[in-house]
Ligand binder design. Sequence first.
Ligand code: TRP
Length: 340
Amino acid sequence: MVDDPASRSTILTGDRPTGPLHLGHYAGSLRNRVRLQGEHDQTLLIADLQGLTDNAGRAADVRANVLEVALDYLAVGIDPARTTIALQSAIPELCELTVLYLNLVTVARLERNPTTRAEVELRGFRRDVPAGFLCYPVSQAADVTGFRATLVPVGDDQLPMIELTNEIVRRLAHLAGRPVLAECRPLLSDTPRLPGVDGRKASKSLGNAIPLSAGPDVLRAKVQAMFTDPSHVRASDPGRTEGNVVFAYLDAFDPDQDGVAALAARYREGGLGDVAVKRRLVEVLDALVAPIRDRREALARDPGEVLSIVRRGSERSRPVVASVVADVRRVFHLDDAIGA
Ligand code: TRP
């Protein structure tokens, strides 16, 4: 299709393996990634080192989730022949790059990052925030530049990370007196952020997201529990569709968007009950998730094969990152210190 080499970009994006991926990941990013593979050189990074920055006490879980995230990728249609799947900790060059970049960023700058600030708040950290956690945006800048990525498909919460990455790239160019690495730009999804079933921000710790691997019973229970419009008591009452989680999910996933518009109009007028819209949503989500679940189950029978895809992807990635490390070491005069 779009195989014009001039329009190919290098894409890097990633996920922390701290739990199974959910429908929010699918709407916000995974379906974009499936669409982009083949048109661009794409790598998906399972960011286990980043996952550890606030989960050092749950390291075994992080490790176990590496396989789960890889299964989620493959089950939604990521094709390892067209997308590289790599594991952050299997590419130690990324750590060297992180350490060098830490010299280009101030603590004050890291403390101003709105995304990590919100995460620190959510986790109840105070002075006890792990240093690695405060610094993970620098490690993410190493991920992006280490792969020489120019396009980063992410949710809008990741924009501060992209900004920091480009600041580091400019600092490096300033130090070197010439461009060293390319800047990158974000690719935002056109689906607004999906709320959790309770209407709050979807989060693993709140348990309000719907896992991609959800079975039919979980799916039905989650839809049942969805926040709608508390003042829409009888079906005949007019209802609100804004802030209504069922409609947020229908907007994101129902292939029949004209049908959704018609349902929404009837709901607002009065005469359409929550039961009916929820029934439609269960149908839509089941049709979406069932094939993903089936593929996932089939793939899960051979975890060795899945992990070897990740191992090969990581090995293939190392020379690229090593070449970036060499470029950055040169800027810091580390290449000729002892003639090595
Ligand atoms: N911080 C990202 C998230 O929580 C995950 C991530 C790690 C990432 N490394 C990355 C995203 C590199 C984009 C590029 O979703």
